[in-house]
Write a protein that binds this ligand. Sequence first.
Ligand code: PGA
Length: 252
Amino acid sequence: MRTKIVAGNWKMNKTLPEAIQLINDLKSMVKPDKSVEVIIAPSYVNLPKAVELLNDFPIKVSAQNMHFADHGAYTGEVSADMLKAIGVETVILGHSERRAYFNETDDILQNKAHKAYEKQMTNIFCVGEQLEDRQAGKHFDVVKNQLSKALFALPLQAYKKIIIAYEPVWAIGTGETATPSQAQEMHHFIRESLAKKYGRELASHVRILYGGSVKPANAAEIFAQPDVDGGLIGGASLNAKDFNAIIEAAKS
Ligand code: PGA
């Protein structure tokens, strides 16, 4: 049995007062349940406050990114140790917006994934194809490539702290969702790829989240797919009522 995860990626949204409001709303609405782990990823500047406010509540706090170096002349960047020092033990890596707008390559992501492993951080690692990849029937190859280049050099024990998020780029923020069967098909493919590389036992334990226009109205159907272990939620995580409804849809 894999415990489901609902993670909210706030992206570049919410000032500090707005973030405080949203976290307090979530604390009053969300009914913790052992069948679902809940994670939120506010922007860097709001992380310390989020950690403080959620100290007494079972919602984990994640960063949206980090650098692969320990420290040094990398203006504007944040290291794993900086995150850990404020109590953040989880990081989203390889989000398609990082890949597209900030030129994060598979090589960079391999370094970041290694750093997360070295620092024992939970790594929510994103993969997903562009629309033209899918139209050309190359979506499985693209995702397999992203996985193998960034993650498959890691040892088996690294997967205790790896969560994979499948986010087809054409479904992110577009209102267009992969159908439940498209999601299941890719999640199954990812699990099979893990099984081939690391064995079936490991593959059966890794959580694979779906991301891309998950909303209260479609969450239950997507989460009901056998290889879908929850969701990485963008837009709908910015509204406490919607995010809570998605958490409820993941409960079993
Ligand atoms: P979305 O974003 O839910 O707004 O489509 C998902 C994501 O990018 O993680």
